[in-house]
Design a protein around this ligand. Structure first.
Ligand SMILES: [Zn+2]
Length: 299
């Protein structure tokens, strides 16, 4: 364990002992009905299904598990929500793994929610004997042979994607082949973002409202941003923070990575938002770079 992960573990343990996480969650609720949380998840293997259910049960005590349309109501000017109601939480899943289809989607449905599944069409179209090579070269270049279980790299198919959409989940665009969206030519951007959106619309017969860029919080540039904005109404950043509909705009939404393998003290700490101040510099940098004005409102 390196110094950073030791410090993180210490912080989580201390917060749990002092119940600071519980207090922070209660404060979030008091902030009123203008706040919501987006959770980012990757693989959801069957071996962790019970653990994920426990996380969702716990989350549903503090938040209202919602859908993309439900979350977008944060920007309604005539909300029917009560001031003291639970803030909404939206679950999003990256890369389009089959374990998301098999495990995450039915679990969310059992809680009355629906997820946003950010898929990569070229991954979904991989033949069975090419998927692992695609995963290693495009989706997770840090992956080491021997580390990966089949559930990490097996993609969901176009017909499973269409089925999720028909069941009320949102299918989001996570680019055609999962590149870093920095320094690409206009043609490459059009292919990665536009062609991908068109393909997903063809599969689901629905417009694709949501986009999530790949890799790190700053793996996007202004040229990519303009193309994203042309095709999508909601863009999700891999940058932690709670979404505040008074200061945030739907075209740049923060999300916290909370994986299903995380322990209870770890996920409770992350839901509490105690780490969010640590990300505020990055949120400011992104807003500035992408010229996303605060106080923007959905029409
Ligand atoms: Zn990804």
């Amino acid at each position: 364990m390196n110094f950073r992960s030791r410090a993180r573990a210490f912080l989580i343990q201390t917060a749990a002992l002092a119940r600071v996480d519980e207090l922070a969650l209660r404060l979030q609720k008091l902030k009123g009905s203008a706040h919501g949380l987006v959770v980012g998840v990757h693989e959801t293997p069957a071996s962790l299904e019970a653990h994920f259910r426990e996380q969702l049960e716990w989350a549903s005590q503090h938040f209202a598990i919602t859908t993309l349309e439900g979350f977008a109501k944060l920007w309604d000017n005539s909300p029917a929500r009560e001031a003291n109601s639970k803030p909404p939480v939206l679950f999003t899943f990256d890369d389009g793994r089959e374990s998301n289809y098999a495990v995450a989607a039915p679990l969310l449905e059992s809680f009355g929610g629906r997820g946003v599944f950010f898929v990569v069409p070229a991954f979904a179209e991989c033949a069975a004997d090419q998927a692992l090579a695609f995963y290693r070269s495009r989706i997770n270049p840090d992956s080491r042979p021997g580390d990966e279980r089949c559930e990490d790299w097996k993609p969901m198919t176009p017909s499973q994607i269409a089925d999720l959409s028909a069941r009320g989940h949102a299918i989001g665009n996570h680019t055609l082949t999962h590149p870093r969206l920095v320094g690409l030519s206009p043609d490459q951007l059009e292919r990665e973002i536009g062609d991908s959106a068109r393909k997903l619309t063809l599969w689901t017969r629905k417009p694709v409202d949501a986009f999530a860029w790949t890799f790190g919080w700053d793996a996007v540039d202004t040229n990519a941003w303009k193309v994203i904005q042309r095709y999508h109404r909601f863009c999700f950043a891999p940058c932690a923070g709670s979404v505040d509909s008074i200061h945030d705009s739907p075209n740049l939404l923060w999300r916290r990575e909370i994986e299903v393998r995380f322990s209870a003290p770890e996920y409770r700490f992350l839901y509490s938002g105690l780490m969010d101040p640590w990300w505020s510099f990055r949120r400011r940098r992104l807003r500035k770079m992408l010229r996303v004005p605060p106080h923007a409102n959905i029409e």
